[in-house]
Design a protein around this ligand. Structure first.
Ligand SMILES: Cc1cc2nc3c(=O)[nH]c(=O)nc-3n(C[C@H](O)[C@H](O)[C@H](O)COP(=O)(O)OP(=O)(O)OC[C@H]3O[C@@H](n4cnc5c(N)ncnc54)[C@H](O)[C@@H]3O)c2cc1C
Length: 462
């Protein structure tokens, strides 16, 4: 599809950002998203500078019936940020932010990344729950819920969300909060990008650090059953301050990993203590009763550095495919399934990260946001990753993900909508409870009856 010159000129007259067309230098770079496996060619990339640009871009699409996608951080593994033949409403240049120390809040423009949240808030010794990779977009992450190292203490990203500036499917501007458009505010907290484009987020901040006791401890994979059983017991009565994850993979060649372990299968625990380090040491003493680890990198360190720990493991442009399940407490059966499939991994870059939920996440009443199954204990991701030059092997790696995904299906407590890959509509449906789905589809009918915002984990209008 080509957008005619007159239409483009009209947009350009009201647009302060950059309009990038296929013939422009830089187009190929601008259409790349995090997942190199997804390659699409839009007709136009409208790189917005603010809400006025977003409104102009939405109105152009509506008037000319052009399909559109919305790009925040570009991390959705399914490639929702980019469309074929339509308009990408690109927020990646909208990364302004401001911390208000008096109200302990931060305002973040819709294209901000976790790195922006962490850097600005930590400069004042404050923090909010963000994701575990610093280059993930706040936009998509928050609208789906937002898991992170701090969630057991501070709740999900949406639990600290105060208000959103939203450009609707008609190109209008509204504020959504508990006071204004509360129905929309409810849907934005877990319903994904279905109801509008958030041009500005305001989050509550909490005191943290800036140094936290955090890091990774790892053992050879043959100890995985013991370590995961320990994790099950340990996290069940751990204080909210303790954020925990497990990860099963072949050890990467990183400086913290002893050379002799590089490329060898390991099971790792990642701890983040959102409280005084000496308390954290006492809590983590139980880990020290486990068999001696292959390495132990838990140490006081800047929270901002900890938040970048996984950045190198998930670079832009590599090829990825993943699926996920929410689970109840790990059982011997689920542990066996995970360990068995970890041993069959097909790529040295693939991994099985396991988030531990609970704490503050579980205490928020389920009906108060659109984030479902808050009582789930874990979120298990099955992440396949391979180099672009290994594209011929893609099917093998994707098949590994699907095999483990199917093996865990009998134990599934639904899916976190931000961890869906090529999932069919019924999987998006399974992401929500019946009550939430009824409310979300009604909200979609009210705010986006033509399903203009459909490049997402889509809720159709009811
Ligand atoms: C390496 C990596 C690490 C991750 N770690 C975590 C994690 O720790 N915790 C977690 O919860 N999730 C995590 N995720 C999943 C992540 O939350 C989703 O991929 C999310 O969609 C990323 O948002 P984005 O803005 O970067 O992506 P995009 O692909 O730009 O957007 C994702 C969806 O949100 C919509 N969207 C984005 N911004 C806006 C906006 N401002 N207004 C309206 N709609 C918008 C887009 O249209 C699209 O449908 C991770 C993903 C990756 C790739």
């Amino acid at each position: 599809m080509r957008i005619d010159g007159a239409t483009l000129e009209r947009l350009a007259a009201t647009f302060s950002g950059k309009l990038i067309q296929p013939q422009d230098p830089g187009f190929d770079a601008a259409r790349q998203i995090w997942n190199g496996h997804v390659q699409r060619r839009p007709a136009l990339i409208a790189r917005c500078r603010g809400a006025a640009d977003v409104m102009a871009a939405v109105r152009l699409c509506r008037e000319h019936d052009l399909p559109a996608s919305v790009r925040g951080g570009g991390h959705a593994v399914a490639g929702h940020a980019i469309c074929d033949g339509g308009v990408v409403i690109d927020l990646s240049a909208m990364t302004g932010s401001r911390v208000d120390p008096l109200t302990r809040t931060i305002q973040l423009q819709g294209g901000c990344l976790n790195a922006h949240l962490d850097r600005e808030s930590q400069a004042l010794g404050l923090a909010a729950t963000g994701g575990i990779v610093s280059h993930t977009g706040i936009g998509g992450l928050t609208l789906g819920g937002g898991l992170g190292h701090l969630m057991r203490k501070f709740g999900l990203a949406i639990d600290g969300l105060r208000s959103c500036d939203v450009v609707t499917a008609d190109g209008d501007f509204v504020v959504a909060s508990e006071q204004e458009h509360p129905d929309l505010f409810w849907g934005l907290r877990g319903g994904g990008g279905n109801f509008g484009i958030v041009t500005n987020f305001t989050f509550d901040l909490q005191p943290l650090g800036p140094t936290v006791l955090a890091g990774m401890v790892a053992w050879p994979m043959d100890q995985a059953p013991e370590i995961l059983r320990f994790l099950r017991e340990f996290i069940a009565d751990a204080p909210d301050e303790l954020g925990m994850m497990a990860n099963l993979r072949l050890a990467p060649s990183l400086p913290i990993v002893p050379k002799e372990l590089h490329g060898k299968p390991i099971v790792a625990l990642m701890a983040t203590y959102a409280g005084p380090a000496d308390q954290g040491r006492k809590v983590l003493a139980r880990i020290r009763q486990l068999p001696t680890p292959a390495f132990d990198a838990v140490t006081p360190k800047p929270y901002v550095a900890h938040q970048k720990m996984f950045d190198a493991a998930y670079p832009h442009g590599r090829h990825y495919y993943w699926k996920a399940h929410k689970l109840g407490p790990l059982t011997d059966e689920t542990i066996d399934v995970v360990v068995e499939h970890a041993a069959q991994v097909t790529s040295r870059l693939s991994a099985i990260p396991i988030f531990c939920l609970g704490g503050a996440v579980a205490r928020v009443p389920e009906h108060s946001t659109a984030f479902p199954y808050r009582d789930a204990s874990h979120d298990v991701e099955i992440v396949a990753s391979w180099l672009p030059e290994e594209a011929g092997d893609a099917d093998r790696h994707i098949e590994w993900v699907r095999r483990l995904y199917h093996a865990l299906e009998p134990y599934s407590r639904g899916v976190y909508v931000n961890f869906t890959s090529d999932d069919a509509a019924e999987r998006v449906r399974q992401a929500y409870t019946q009550g939430q789905w009824t409310r979300l589809t009604a909200l979609k009918a009210k705010y986006d009856p033509t399903n203009f915002f459909r490049m997402n984990a889509n809720t159709p209008p009811g």
